[in-house]
Ligand binder design. Structure first.
Ligand SMILES: Cc1cc2nc3c(=O)[nH]c(=O)nc-3n(C[C@H](O)[C@H](O)[C@H](O)COP(=O)(O)OP(=O)(O)OC[C@H]3O[C@@H](n4cnc5c(N)ncnc54)[C@H](O)[C@@H]3O)c2cc1C
Length: 293
């Protein structure tokens, strides 16, 4: 590991100022929980000259309902998501997704923001948030910008973040508070496994007509970044809820996926998983909606 300088930010303004100050002349990295970055520092040949430590920045740690919806600070850890009564009540799928990440130690240190910024296609928090139309707030020396989370990802390990920017906040919009959602992950073992495929589905139901409204299906580990399944969503919109419709949406979602074959699974196997997991996620989201009526 090469030597580097470390600067601890006191608040988010200070973090942005440190980034602006050092990115002009040096290669700079942000550290939050460090679960990903420390391994990178140890094994990567491209080490930074400067690290900006944001782990003590209190204004990035909150989780609250606001006029916008549910605002989750980038430094909220996976364990905090699992323990949050608001999230347990409104979004059990986020609890399941957080619970599927690594082991207790990783979840205690690893942050939601850090998980998203890695840009890894198999990340476990991406699909549920994308299925809920989440937005992200980014701050930098030139100000603040907001965009849909799905547009935050550019490709494997690539996001729209500029070197002098921080992911500050993730927002689930107000109209989706409590939207029935389900997350499923399939790995090669039960614990500490990266997803071969992960899927999240969210739906509203028009109970008078028993039809799907605003269905969202998000797929991980089957494309260069987390994607939605637009053909499957279009198939479900306004359609009567039946087991056959959910199975057909799964089949269509498997054609929306663009998986690769690698040493962990073939593309065909991953497509089959998408079909099965999408159907099951839709069924579970529907059951959740029924239980909340
Ligand atoms: C043993 C182990 C098991 C794991 N299992 C899983 C798993 O099952 N599923 C899964 O999805 N992930 C898994 N991970 C990956 C990792 O733990 C998560 O992605 C974690 O959430 C990363 O958060 P962090 O705060 O530790 O990020 P860090 O390691 O601090 O940072 C990760 C990257 O994001 C950048 N960064 C962090 N926060 C910000 C911010 N707010 N603004 C701008 N840039 C930022 C850093 O510069 C770095 O490039 C695992 C990791 C380990 C070590």
């Amino acid at each position: 590991m090469r030597p580097f300088e470390v600067y601890a930010a006191k608040d988010s303004n200070h973090a942005v100022a440190l980034l602006a100050q050092h990115t002009a002349t040096s290669k700079v990295k942000v550290i939050a929980g460090g679960t990903d970055l420390l391994a990178d520092l140890k094994f990567s040949a491209h080490s930074p000259d400067v690290i900006v430590d944001i782990s003590r920045v209190e204004d990035l740690k909150g989780l609250k309902i606001t006029d916008e919806g549910l605002n989750i600070g980038a430094l909220v850890t996976h364990s905090q998501i699992m323990r949050s009564p608001i999230i347990q009540e409104m979004f059990p799928a986020l609890v399941d997704a957080a619970h599927s990440i690594g082991a207790v130690q990783t979840r205690n240190l690893g942050t939601l923001g850090g998980n998203l910024v890695t840009g890894v296609p198999s990340m476990d928090s991406g699909p549920t948030l994308i299925a809920l139309d989440a937005l992200v707030n980014i701050i930098g020396s030139t100000g603040r910008r907001q965009l849909p989370l799905i547009d935050f990802f550019l490709g494997p390990r690539k996001t729209v973040l500029k070197p002098d920017e921080l992911l500050a906040e993730i927002i689930i919009p107000r109209q989706n508070l409590g939207k029935p959602t389900h997350f499923l992950k399939f790995g090669l073992r039960k614990g500490q496994a990266l997803a071969l495929v992960n899927v999240a589905a969210s739906i509203w139901i028009d109970w008078d007509k028993n039809v799907f409204v605003a269905p969202r299906i998000a797929l991980g580990a089957v494309a260069p970044k987390v994607i939605r399944a637009p053909k499957a969503e279009a198939y479900l919109e306004g359609r009567t809820v039946t087991p056959e419709a959910m199975a057909e949406a799964g089949r269509i979602a498997s054609t929306d996926a663009r998986p690769i074959t690698d040493f962990r699974a073939s593309a065909e196997y991953r497509r089959d998983l998408v079909a099965v997991l999408t159907k099951r996620a839709l069924e579970a989201a529907y059951a959740l909606g029924q239980s909340k009526r």
